[in-house]
Write a protein that binds this ligand. Structure first.
Ligand code: HEM
Length: 390
């Protein structure tokens, strides 16, 4: 297959909005990604997206951020960092795993650390399956592991979650769980969804939100540490949460969780056709849009008209991220009231950690994974204020 790499911001936006271009990054990862929202195309994609968007809406995100998220976060703080030490990678994954399970509709009856651990292990397997195209391991072996992982998800978490929702749907009433699984089960017949497709949609959702949110939180904190190495200066930032949110948005721009998107013209052969590689990370640093300091972390930056502060980090067009407002919150304006603003989960995580005086652990430097284009941290040890995590 030949490929065309596009780095220009406006050209990428055009390709992402072009209805004749289909998703192509996950073709090899069909074992877990076949027929999930991200890989569907045309009318099928539209139908599923409209359905799922009906709950992934701003009012629900605002309610979730204000009511469900704080106690869920407090629960994680009771299990990690209690001795004043923790790893941001571990913390980030635990918090965000639970968050995406809530939105997907995967119940965690025990709400225990072991349960979260098990989900994390499964998600890791699914992610490897989704990006099989990049894997250097024996692909059949990876596929076998994904199949076993899906069965484990089915028997341990999925089947009981389905049973609870089917009972709730049969009972009727207004107290149905507000999550993707409930919607898919309600409309299963109408949409002609097999049980396997629903299982894979759950596996996809669990991945979609967890890595991206955790890594984005770590990058944002890292940028803040670099820019304000002094703890007292960082404490002052807490007085201006809208500014802190701008720091997070600027970090999103510099560190997109998915640095590239792939597309293929519909009807073109996946083997002989031309893959279009959209370099979102490069476009987000385009100097003629973001200025000569495009590579620099600058939360005071003026963004060009019509361009979001995070650039293309959440994608654009038909497949634009459905978790964008959940994680990024709303962009503030001159009339925004900081007291009731929806900041987004990533800013809330950064604030919660900074309120506990989070700082890099001088004895254990962070380790950045330089083997992938994503440059995420594989370990980021930090210290927290003594006793503040209880
Ligand atoms: C900082 C965090 C996140 C980033 C940077 C991010 C980024 C993206 C990007 C770039 C896409 C489009 C991929 C493409 O066009 O090929 C996408 C799609 C998607 N994201 Fe996110 N995401 C994040 C968090 C989340 C969360 C928390 C959820 C769920 C609650 C979520 C759910 C989805 C879904 C369902 C899609 C597929 C939409 C579709 O195909 O119509 N994402 N995301």
């Amino acid at each position: 297959m030949n490929e065309r790499v596009v780095t220009d911001y406006n050209e990428i936006s055009k390709v992402l909005a072009d209805r004749s271009m289909r998703q192509a990054l996950y073709d090899e990862g069909g074992v877990v990604m076949a027929d999930v929202l991200l890989t569907l195309h045309g009318a099928e994609h539209h139908k599923r997206r409209v359905l799922e968007f009906s709950i992934l809406r701003k009012d629900y995100f605002a309610w979730y951020e204000a009511n469900v998220f704080p106690p869920a976060l407090a629960q994680v703080f009771r299990t990690v960092g209690t001795d004043g030490h923790m790893d941001l990678v571990d913390f980030g994954y635990r918090v965000t795993m639970n968050l995406t399970a809530d939105f997907a509709g995967i119940d965690r009856p025990e709400k225990s650390a072991a349960e979260t651990e098990r989900l994390l292990r499964l998600v890791k397997i699914f992610s490897e399956g989704a990006t099989l195209v990049h894997s250097t391991r024996d692909k059949e072996q990876v596929r076998a592991e994904v199949r076993a992982g899906l069965e484990e998800l089915r028997t341990t978490f999925h089947a009981p979650s389905v049973a609870r929702r089917k009972e709730a749907l049969a009972r009727g009433g207004d107290d149905l769980p507000r999550d993707i699984l409930t919607l898919l089960l309600r409309d299963q017949e109408k949409l002609g969804l097999s049980d396997d497709v629903i299982l894979r949609e759950m596996a996809f959702f669990l991945q979609a939100g967890s890595h991206s949110t955790a890594n984005s939180m770590i990058h944002a904190l890292h940028e803040v540490f670099l820019r304000w190495p002094d703890l007292d200066a960082r404490r002052k930032l807490l007085d201006d949460p809208l500014f802190l949110q701008r720091c997070v948005h600027e970090s999103f721009r510099l560190h997109p969780a998915s640095p590239v998107a792939w597309r293929l013209k519909e009807g073109e052969c996946p083997v002989s056709g031309q893959r279009v590689v959209l370099d979102l990370a490069a476009a987000n640093r385009q100097a003629d849009l973001f200025g000569p300091t495009a590579d620099v972390f600058d939360p005071d930056r003026e963004y060009p008209k019509g361009i979001q502060p995070w650039g293309l980090t959440f994608g654009f067009g038909m497949h634009m991220c459905l978790g964008r407002d959940l994680d990024g919150g709303l962009v503030s304006g001159p009339d925004t009231n900081p007291a009731d603003h929806q900041y987004g989960i990533v800013t809330q995580l950064v604030r919660a950690l900074m309120a506990r005086d989070v700082r890099p652990d001088p004895a254990r430097p962070a380790i950045q994974d330089t083997t992938t284009v994503r440059k995420n941290f594989s370990s980021y040890p930090v210290l927290l204020a003594p006793g503040a995590s209880s």
